[in-house]
Design a protein around this ligand. Structure first.
Ligand code: ADP
Ligand code: 5GP
Length: 200
């Protein structure tokens, strides 16, 4: 599975294949993180881009696995040192994709999953157009999205309101993605993403 060496987009003549960047964006609560975890279980060809964030960890989150949790000062230092491929302020916190994670994945022929906001995903596409396949997830309907956010149980009312306020702008930008998938049945979504990658 996914073992064929890709020849397109090779930048370094010494390496025989090139990885793929797969930013997955969606309104909060749609299922980005869940879908990424399922894809990681599916094949070793996938790797996860561990972003840096100034947000505090949730009880279940591990530093270096879910995120690199850093202070605002450290994040600013990273911006100054040009360490981010992209970064954004989302829900009043900063989130950034490490350039090193992207370049390592491309050179080691991995499919890098980026659980990332809509603007960040489009920045990755702009920066690495040949190497990026952008996926936008939608929930089947508004009630289901609301149910998933509540069911996840990680956000208070204020945080849910902040997340909901962004949805119209996020959905508008969704049309610029390579593929839009309705995340209804989880298994079906994962299968669809795998088929998209195989077709490429
Ligand atoms: P996001 O990363 O987009 O904010 P999560 O992956 O945290 O969203 O998912 C939010 C909640 O919805 C979680 O409780 C998750 O288990 C659930 N969920 C994700 N995908 C599905 C799906 N296809 N069907 C039902 N529940 C789902
Ligand atoms: P959360 O706080 O729920 O983990 O994430 C909030 C939002 O930030 C989500 O939409 C998530 O995908 C996005 N995000 C996480 N990491 C990054 C990143 O490195 N860059 C950008 N632009 N967004 C990110």
């Amino acid at each position: 599975m996914f073992s064929e060496k890709r020849s397109k987009g090779i930048k370094n003549p010494n390496i025989k294949c090139q990885g793929l960047l797969l930013p997955i964006a969606a309104p909060s609560g749609t299922g980005k993180t869940t879908v990424c975890r399922k894809l990681l279980e599916y094949s070793d060809s996938f790797a996860f881009s561990v972003s840096c964030t100034t947000r505090s960890p949730r009880p279940s989150e591990k530093s270096g696995f879910d995120y690199h949790f850093v202070s605002k000062e450290t994040f600013e230092e990273y911006i100054k040192n040009n360490m981010f491929a992209e970064w954004e302020e989302v829900f009043k916190n900063h989130y950034g994709t490490l350039r090193s994670a992207v370049e390592e994945a491309l050179e080691s022929c991995k499919i890098l999953l980026l659980d990332i906001d809509v603007k960040g995903a489009l920045s990755i596409k702009k920066l690495y157009p040949e190497d990026t396949l952008s996926i936008f997830l939608l929930s089947p309907n508004d009630e289901e999205l609301e149910r998933r956010l509540h069911f996840r149980g990680t956000d208070d009312k204020k945080s849910i309101a902040l997340r909901n306020a962004r949805i119209p702008d996020e959905v508008k930008l969704g049309e610029h993605f390579d593929h839009i998938i309705v995340n209804d049945k989880l298994g079906r979504t994962v299968e669809e993403i795998i088929n998209i990658i195989k077709r490429r």
